[in-house]
Design a protein around this ligand. Structure first.
Ligand SMILES: [Zn+2]
Length: 68
């Protein structure tokens, strides 16, 4: 995991304030609203508009954030 456990602990979905969980090494999932946030260069992009883009994308079909 590229994101430190300490950072992960304080990360929450900006839309619904639910703590996010890692999906692989490059995505963070909000289990409450289904938004998914990409991690680019070890930086989580915690923006509602980013999470919205992949809300309906199954986690197994999420692209590599480095290619976005
Ligand atoms: Zn959420």
């Amino acid at each position: 995991m590229a994101i430190s456990p300490e950072l992960l602990e304080v990360l929450a979905c900006p839309a619904c304030k639910t703590p996010v969980e890692p999906v692989g090494e490059s995505w963070l999932l909000c289990g409450a609203c289904g938004r998914k946030y990409p991690v680019k260069d070890d930086i989580p992009i915690m923006l509602i508009e980013e999470g919205d883009k992949y809300r309906d994308t199954p986690v197994e079909e999420l692209p590599d954030p480095g290619s976005l």
